[in-house]
Design a protein around this ligand. Structure first.
Ligand SMILES: *Cc1c(COP(=O)(O)O)cnc(C)c1O
Length: 373
């Protein structure tokens, strides 16, 4: 049977660019993840793809949510989520957002600084607190470079400081960086985080291993079971916060070729300009961090090397210059180029109108069974 995404894409007349999502793929990935991490609580990181159809299918499947802002909390609640299953996972909310999340019924907060802990005491009294521990995120395609997380010594002090502030020290979390391909990074992070909880005297702590689980874009990645094995063996309540891993494969971003240029004196390769680029959903091509599989429907024959660029006047709007890509020599303006596994960090990253280009339209593919035959 043709997948819902392929069925949707077989209509070649829709204006491009657009992202098409299949929520059934999200549900399937969620079920697979619960099998890889039996007994763990799964909180979907909303920022990866906040589309209501995705949130609804995850509510129905029993997921909780990792929300970074009051607006993300509201989207989850609107999709039917119980606020008790939402964790405010961004340690840099600010006082007003902390108060708004608390007022919406959120009781779990992540922190990594004494400044935030003081705000939680005032604006989220009685909240359960997880402290984010700084860990090595080597092996991530998009590392954090130390933006978040307290050193183990500071993290221990933050947990110890909860009680006197009327907060409940609940456990520890870390984030190994997104598209993290090394299970060993998780085992090291988990060991560091659990040691902090033990040192602070938290009984049977929550160990939230964050997100980062990788997707096989153009290269194979380890199975989820290997990541689960890497964090096993601690006496903890395990929580996983996947974003990318649940939604990437549920989306295809269809673009059209605006121009194929030979550029004598500039580059020996053809330059292929698409109608979507860095500002229409392909933000993760920054530093060429994510290499989407690319497909040209209806063009066979020999291929040759290309540079792939977006449509705007920004010099940064080049998707792949270093990363080798080859496209058919017969490629012409007007052809469709589909970027696969594009469900994560695309629509939510699109700009509102840089150079006059609209935000990326999003479609939800009807399930084949619900289509007239
Ligand atoms: C972004 C984020 C995630 C999800 O990361 P992925 O790499 O998409 O799985 C999970 N937790 C937190 C706190 C995040 O900021």
């Amino acid at each position: 049977m043709q997948s819902a995404l392929e069925a949707f894409l077989s209509d070649r007349n829709r204006p491009t660019p657009f992202l098409v999502l299949d929520p059934a793929v999200v549900a399937r990935r969620y079920a697979e993840l619960t099998q890889a991490f039996p007994g763990a609580e799964i909180l979907y990181a909303v920022k990866a793809c906040p589309h209501p159809a995705v949130l609804r299918v995850l509510v129905d499947a029993g997921a909780g949510f990792d929300a970074a802002s009051p607006a993300e909390v509201a989207s989850c609640v609107e999709a039917g989520a119980d606020p008790a299953r939402i964790c405010a996972g961004n340690p840099v909310r600010g006082a007003a957002a902390t108060a708004a999340c608390h007022a919406a019924g959120v009781r779990r907060f992540v922190t990594d600084s004494v400044e935030d802990l003081d705000e939680l005491a005032v604006h989220a009294p009685g909240a359960e607190v997880l402290v984010r521990v700084l860990v090595d995120d080597t092996g991530s395609a998009t590392p954090f470079f130390g933006k978040f997380g307290a050193t183990p010594a500071v993290a221990t002090e933050l947990l110890r400081g909860c009680g006197s502030r009327g907060l409940v020290a609940t456990g520890v979390t870390f984030h190994a960086g997104s598209q993290q391909t090394r299970p060993a990074t998780y085992s090291a992070g988990a060991a560091t985080a659990v040691a902090v909880a033990t040192e602070a005297g938290v009984q049977r702590p929550v160990l939230d291993i964050g997100g980062g689980l990788p997707v096989a874009y153009r290269s194979a990645v380890p199975a989820w079971a290997e990541f689960a094995a890497a964090v096993a063996g601690h006496d903890v309540r395990l929580v996983v916060e996947p974003g990318r891993a649940l939604v990437a494969e549920a989306g295809v971003l269809r673009t059209s070729v605006l121009r194929v240029s030979r550029r004598p004196g500039v580059d020996h390769r053809r330059w292929v300009y698409l109608d979507a680029g860095r500002y229409q959903g392909l933000a993760e091509t920054e530093n060429e961090a994510i290499d989407y599989p690319v497909r040209v429907a209806g063009r066979d024959g020999p291929t040759g090397p290309v540079v792939i660029a977006g449509p705007t006047c920004d010099g940064d709007d080049v998707l792949y210059r270093r990363t080798p890509y080859a496209l058919p020599l017969s490629l012409r303006a007007g052809d469709h180029v589909d970027l696969l596994h594009a469900g994560a960090y695309t629509a939510s990253y699109a700009s509102v109108g840089f150079n006059g280009f609209a935000p990326l339209p999003v479609h939800v593919a009807p399930q084949p069974s619900s289509r007239a035959t």
